[in-house]
Design a protein. Structure first.
Lengths: 479, 479, 479, 479
């Protein structure tokens, strides 16, 4: 199968170029300059390539040709609080594809007392044969022990080169400082990057209990109880442990100005600390958690932050100047009916998580590029190139270049559409952005040379997505 | 003329790819994946392109194919202290080419009381017909007045979209804070970026006079008198003026930790402050200014900093994490004999400036990439892509991509050679790095499709270099 | 004349004590514990002292006995913009006394081109024979030259051990960085502390001119034009010069958060930087400058700051923790009628300055102690002890202790009264706090053993105030 | 008993005065100015007082009269690692007296699972009838539970208004973040200040185990294993918890620059965070832990810090500018023979603690005042006034003032003597400062009106020291 994308503007993380893109099989095989005001010379080259014949020619006039999005943070089918995140690898990856995302990195979970391998095997089984786009895994470690520490090396060898630990969720996922520190020491040797959910869960639980005891049972108190300062504290703690261990560290879903300040200070002194944020922290706020139990739709951790605290501004500043590295979604959808409702009258029982894998690329385009905050190139870097670089997929993924996987999106930067549960493809009964109009949309989505979405129609197939063995994060150690 | 560069590793600012590069005329027209372990598919595309025939096929096996270097800061033929920087646009640009640099951005100087246009015309005349590689200009403003402020707009229109001001050199180039502030306000409107030499020259002159009066006349006292804190102070002052004016600002030749700290703090709060440093501040230090009058070879401003002050470490940290944006040389060579000697017995009379245009690319490769501090991609970003982006030349320059100018270097990352005045091509009688062995060298240098250096031989021609009209720094305002 | 103050609570900077205070002549000669729950032993001591007989016994039951206030910053009869600050040393010092202040430190002004001595002599003549309380002088230097630098030493010898320089008022008082730096170097040797008015006057004048040209002529634009960042910038610049000179520095009338942040950072790294603020920056804001030309009543420099910028909070934090050292008033009153009115239609012509010498002690009590921000001891430190310590008057002034000058105030911490031009004693036709009720007032004011105010009646005499020769600021160098 | 101290210079935290001090019973009853150059007027007052007759007249000509030292941090008879700190309340308080200290605040320890009251009762019994000077207690909480939280209020009511918690010593004293946070919330209400030993003991134990496993068993590895960054981290964590709880916090024995930086930043933003340091961190360093097992003499926690890390400079800067509040000793002596030796071959078993209660006042005079770092007044503030203010003993203690307890030291600022185990009065077989000559010594020590040390002879009596009920730290909340 040979595809030629003509007349588009190719946008990579390092800028734009006017070039046609030739795909052959699952790879991009050539980028060719078009005849133009200043480059009549390329005529022959283009002609030669065209002469090869293409099975499909896509006219991208007025469109952008970008690398497929990479969502570095999803939780398909995650068990949480007695239920499961609603999207399966099939439904979730299909929704991702509609949204211009061609790779997800999900989280395999080690169950307490079990081996890492068992956790990985379980998640491999969930995804294999179901995902419609390529996928990879991070590994959530529930125990850091003399058994699991050496096992980390073997997990890295299997292409799962990052491990997530938590300072939150005492009794469930929380690792104490010794566990974090030891895992960091090990990761420095095996190249497995440590990812952190940084909130002081122990202190949070005190406030949660106090609020609940005081009769404050609405979803809003989920947000109120998890102070921004608790994220800032845990972020600093983890950074200091990383400095002591001489290891890099990556923070997932950074949400609070308190944490951004700490991150910036660490980076200024040369610490290899990195972070992502998620669209919900850029576009939603604590007020969304109000409105009675409706707010449960917006319950996630860390919580949406108060509009008045300067949190969103801090996140944008960090995104623009480079201290925030990428955009994941923490996609973890629960239906309002039947799932979120488990926490009626007790915000502690609301499953934590929001849907978002489908909306990430467009939200960042609309709120970032259209709003004038970032350039198109920086947008591509945040949604695709940097996730690939940070997590050992680059330059196979994350770039439109000769030799890269043919994960390519023809993106219309002008098309407007409305986000809604009525039209989205995620398997969840509400949208966090219901009714919001965004500018920008993925017209054609190509996954390893196969057109899987075109003009709103799905042509992909469950099981076509492959597991990606990721390299270790060596560049993180060098840069 | 059609050139095919085969079997090399293309390295751009955003990473590496295995691809062949086809040049036709003065443009890169295609990048084509090679058949390989994972991409047999590209066979036909490559074959088709090859079938076009190439006038010259360069085998880059084991080599890197990088965009030609861009030295954003040179001073060819600059008048200073009664003499002139020794390199002409011809000798200097040829030396640049030997060092893998295919574009220089020099500084046209407004004479006090004259129009900007006269200054620009003078420098245009110096370069035209002489440069062997492409060149552009920044504009040094000696007066900021009701006449020159509106004239800035017209200079921008001519493709000179940056203006350099000084807080140093009282009575010569120094602009007071009103001048700087007004120029910033104007630049915010016309898109002309303000470049700053930030040292508190007024305070420095007090110390200079005191040292001279105390009989401290050696070159070493040039370095001693210009306190690092005076650079830090001026940097902060200029940043605050930029914040007040709502304009971005770019610092040339940042050298002191004091300034880096200020820059980082500004960027953390979202200020659009940018900076370059130069190889001499990364690889040389105050001790080089000792050794009697020999030290005059190392007299430049800002001066080389004490080894003990953490200055180099601060610069590297900033380079690695992104707070320093690019590498220029401030190339401004004076012969030791006859020129530097003007300051025997009076360090105040030593012409300020060092040679360096030829050594920049290799020094940064050796001290950056080989030393394990930065990746090859970051190296390319610092020496080529970022100078192009910051100064309105991107993506015409600074990237190996279809459609870009065919300014391409085939770089050998393993070849070792020794820097020396005996072998360098700059027209100056000493080298700041005499005897230093560096790893990495430019084997083939192509300027707009013409091979001008190959295996140490020069094939270029004076006058082949063209003046580049630069775009305004719009992205700086957005990012 | 012997006075016994009985039954009061003595409050010094280091805390409170229950003791009677015996004054003999112009000195405090003893503090004696009273018989009480825990100290029957003191009965005899008290009895013995009482047996000496007192010409006047003041019952301070329920009152505080504090050292007389020291206003370290006043401008009596200052020439400014073609007129003079309205209060003479007589009227101004009398108003000060009513407000519980028994010492002022005013500013003698060197006229450009004249000697420091001439300036000092002029101001000595203005005060001598007229002041009703003790007074001292700082010296404003309009020129820093080879003549005035050595003259500084002789001024210090005369008990004028501090010199004020300006980065504001170009063409009038502004010193350039060389002047400031040289004066600091000299002061480090002669013990004369450098005081700074830190605003970037050169940049301010650009904005002033632009606002005026745009037709913004109201007093409000005085405030708008003098950006807080310009105070922050100048403060940092001066601190860096002080660090380079190895000299301490004291900032007068600090008003902007931008400056406070810079001050705190400097102090954190061990720089001997100190500052005062004034009541107007704690209790008034930019909005007071609105309301048409009424705002002229509030025109001073630095200007009142926007309520929204966090300026007052920053000042209070610094006051509470110790980074702001004392409270002066910058008392410099101009009548609204006839004086402020000089600037109708042109805010640039409004004389700069506010009345305040009378209200300082009470405002700081009301807004500081009563509001729960500071302890009574800290209040005394700010209004009396610290000004005395910083400016070489301690322990002669600034403390209620045996051996100190008998400058004592019996203060009623509960008495409420209303500030108003109708009732104040300053010679100016308006009050900045018109109608504001404050809690706390000076019932009895004693100046060197003479009761000069009692229950609202004045018993002092012009000329009873003496010139105070101040010691050099040696402790500032040690602490 | 009436004592008159004549001709001395009284030094309090707020400065010096020339005054005679009259003591009657256990109180200071009067300070009286002496006739002199400027105060002949006091003749009669002095004469009247003298006429009362004094049982003892002490001539303090050339000496300083200061408030008795207050050591806010001692551990007499502390059980640790299977042994007990060697000094009893009798021997330890006698040694304190010889060193010019007239009050100690020791730590009562709650045993895990027992009530706070039992712990307090135990320590009350240890001290009562044995101490030769006055004493008070902090309370160490080993459990923070629903039982002990309300019990805190009752402990405060008994005059024990501070509670110490640890982030160090996992399994022994360590409190988790929930415990610390809840105790802070309670303390905010009952006025009991939380004291913290802030080191991340959980991370430290990982490094300790790794070092021990690697065969690094010498005392030196005690110091090496407890990274400075672990103190910095814990300090930040605790401060953030305090901010979340809205409570003040006090750090004991701050030792690392990392912690000082965090403290300064917190104070700059207005947080009520306070700290002490100890002489050992100012005058000793990690190298003292070397020299084989001899280093065990210097084993304490936090450990002595590396000389090269800027730690001592940071502590001095903070002491000078006010961010460190007082000086305690953490006096906790163990004999080298028989006690420190428990850890031969295993540094983990060396009892933690150093002797120091006797040397504090002189070391701070010698290294602070004589060395020119601080003024005599600041010295008195650090060793006496501030401990009294912070811990609810002021103005009964900590000041030479009419009405205060007659805890007075006649101090010779010129006398030199040599610190040595041969001559000291602490019951421990070595000195950390063996052979160090210091300038300054306590000639006469008066405890509540009784002369207990005079010219090196002891006149005190076990049991004369009284338990001091301390007030709550209300001022800490206000300042």
């Amino acid at each position: 199968m040979r595809i030629l994308i003509k007349n588009g503007t190719v946008i990579n993380a390092n800028g734009r170029q006017q070039a046609d893109v030739l795909i052959d099989g699952d790879k991009i095989v050539a980028l060719v300059a078009r005849p133009g005001d200043d480059a009549g010379v390329s005529d022959k080259a283009g002609a030669a390539l065209l002469a090869l014949g293409a099975d499909e020619v896509i006219d991208a006039t007025g469109k952008w040709v970008i690398p497929g999005g990479i969502d570095e943070h999803t939780h398909m089918e995650l068990p949480f609080g007695g239920t499961f995140a609603k999207d399966t690898f099939e439904t979730g990856s299909r929704a991702a594809a509609f949204g211009g995302t061609t790779t997800i990195i999900d989280f395999a979970v080690q169950s307490k007392g079990k081996s890492l391998q068992e956790g990985l095997d379980t998640w491999m089984a969930k995804a294999e044969g179901h995902a419609v786009i390529d996928y990879a895994f991070h590994m959530i470690m529930s125990d850091v022990t003399d058994e699991t520490l050496p096992e980390m090396d073997r997990i890295v060898d299997q292409g799962v080169s990052s491990f997530k630990l938590f300072t939150a969720y005492p009794g469930v996922f929380l690792s104490d400082d010794a566990a974090i520190f030891r895992a960091m020491q090990r990761s420095e040797k095996n190249g497995g990057l440590i990812l952190m959910h940084a909130e002081n869960g122990i202190a949070i639980d005190v406030v949660v209990a106090q609020n609940f005891a005081a009769g404050n049972t609405d979803p809003y108190y989920h947000g109120v109880s998890r102070y921004p300062v608790f994220e800032g504290e845990a972020t600093n703690r983890v950074i200091r442990l990383a400095e002591a261990a001489g290891a890099p560290v990556f923070f997932v879903h950074m949400s609070a100005k308190d944490a951004v300040d700490v991150l910036m200070a660490a980076r200024d002194r040369g610490t290899k600390a990195f972070a992502e944020t998620c669209p919900q922290y850029l576009f939603l706020d604590l007020a969304d958690l109000g409105n009675g139990f409706e707010g449960s739709k917006f319950v996630c951790s860390p919580p949406l932050r108060p509009a008045s605290g300067g949190h969103q501004q801090a996140l944008w500043t960090a995104l623009i100047k480079g201290d925030l590295y990428g955009i994941g979604t923490d996609h973890c959808p629960f239906d309002f009916e039947g799932q979120k409702e488990l926490g009626r009258g007790d915000f502690r029982k609301i499953p934590n998580g929001l849907p978002g894998v489908e909306e990430r690329v467009d939200l960042m385009h609309d709120g970032g590029v259209v709003a004038g905050r970032i350039t198109p190139a920086r947008w591509v870097e945040l949604i695709s190139a940097n996730p690939a670089r940070m997590f050992g997929l680059y330059p196979r993924k994350g770039v439109v270049a000769a030799g890269a996987d043919a994960d390519v999106v023809v993106y219309d930067p002008n098309r407007k559409h409305v986000l809604s549960a009525k039209t989205h493809h995620m398997d969840v009964d509400y949208s966090c952005y219901e009714g919001r109009e965004v500018q920008g949309g993925s017209d054609v989505v190509i996954s390893r040379g196969r057109i899987i979405v075109k003009d709103g129609e799905f042509f992909g197939k469950a099981g076509d997505g492959e597991f990606l063995k990721r390299e270790t994060a060596h560049w993180v150690r060098k840069n």
